[in-house]
Design a protein around this ligand. Structure first.
Ligand code: F6P
Length: 343
């Protein structure tokens, strides 16, 4: 078979490991030819490709990012974009497409599948907010990077008796913040799912310091929001999928905490460091399992499906199940576990 492959949306450690597995399994078992489209859907719209064979994938297992490049291009938002995608797939004689991406890339895949494109999805996002899969690769790596940073921040926070605000990724869901906060021993974790009251945050920190404890780590997801009317936030630009560029809640929070408590407060915004570098062993294994399962799904003609992790097994789910709604942080984890340590 001639199989097309692309990586869309924000990059993520483990993308190359997925592609390597697709190529290796496809080559050894069926003699597939794999064609990589450059820069996500942009490469399909523009007909830009590169061959992906066993040789091209050598050495890529531990490599972060994506050797194909990525973009947030949405062909449904470009004049004639869908027709151009269809023309490229025909010109390249693509029998099936493996699309590796998050909600947006898989949303485009679901719509193209309805138009007759043979596509299989692989879930990717460091945010871990995709439905129908318990985990996405890249999440474990991102959490580990955050925990390493929080461990370091503890010692300097204690030396100076400061409040440290750590801003992590998580646009709509606070999985990274919750896991990194629990693992890093945070004093408080603020997530998009639970709008916060800045007065309550400040008084909890004041109580903690009055009880004689010193230094606090506040982990905040970039998409965390104040309760309505309690704090004004600036808004940024939007992309082709309508997402606002986030980043900045940590600085606002640090300024407000210092002003309301009188405690010296500093902010660390981890930003894209969380998406860079080599995947953890867990993510390499998960990505490899997803890649093998994706090419198997192609040969079973399970089009319109996404490979997913459920109860430890790799299963297939309709693409529509993955993109309908986001997976939010389990309240039992946030309220039942994380909150126990908020003081
Ligand atoms: O991939 C998801 C994500 O990492 C979000 O957590 C974050 O808001 C966004 O990507 C950042 O995107 P960009 O790299 O386009 O600024």
């Amino acid at each position: 078979m001639r199989v097309g492959m692309l990586t869309g949306g924000g990059d993520c450690p483990g993308l190359n490991a997925v592609m390597r597995a697709v190529v290796r399994k496809g080559d050894h078992t069926w003699g597939d030819e794999v064609v990589g489209f450059l820069d996500g859907w942009k490469g399909v719209v523009e007909g830009r490709t590169r061959p992906l064979d066993v040789h091209a994938m050598r050495g890529t297992l531990p490599r972060g990012g994506t050797i194909l490049g990525s973009s947030r291009t949405n062909p449904f938002k470009i004049d004639g974009g869908v027709e151009r995608c269809q023309a490229t797939l025909e010109a390249e004689r693509i029998d099936a497409l493996v699309a590796i991406g998050g909600e947006d890339t898989l949303g485009v895949s679901a719509k193209l599948h309805e138009l007759g494109v043979a596509v299989v999805g692989v879930p990717k996002t460091i945010d871990n907010d995709l439905n129908a899969t318990e985990l996405t690769f890249g999440f474990d790596t991102a959490v580990q990077i955050c925990v390493d940073a929080i461990d370091r921040l503890h010692t300097t926070a204690e030396s100076h008796d400061r409040v440290m605000v750590v801003e992590v990724m998580g646009r709509h869901a606070g999985h990274i913040a919750t896991w990194a906060g629990i693992a890093g021993g945070a004093t408080m974790i603020l997530v998009p799912e639970e709008p916060f009251d800045i007065e309550e945050v400040a008084s909890a920190l004041t109580d903690r310091h009055q009880q004689g404890r010193y230094a606090s780590i506040v982990v905040v997801a970039e998409g965390a929001v104040p309760k309505e009317g309690t704090l004004a936030l600036a808004s940024g630009e939007t992309d082709q999928f309508g997402h606002v560029r986030l980043g900045g809640i940590g600085s606002v929070l640090a300024t407000e905490i210092e002003a309301r408590t009188g405690f010296e407060t500093r902010v660390t915004i981890l930003g894209h460091i969380q998406r860079g570098g080599t995947p953890t062993a867990f993510d390499r294994v998960l990505a490899t399992r997803f890649g093998v399962a994706a090419i198997e799904a192609v040969h079973d003609e399970a089009f319109g499906q996404m490979v997913a992790l459920q109860a430890g097994d790799i299963v297939r789910v309709p693409l529509a199940d993955a993109v309908g709604e986001l997976k939010l942080v389990d309240p039992a984890l946030y309220h039942g576990v994380a909150e126990v340590f908020f003081h």
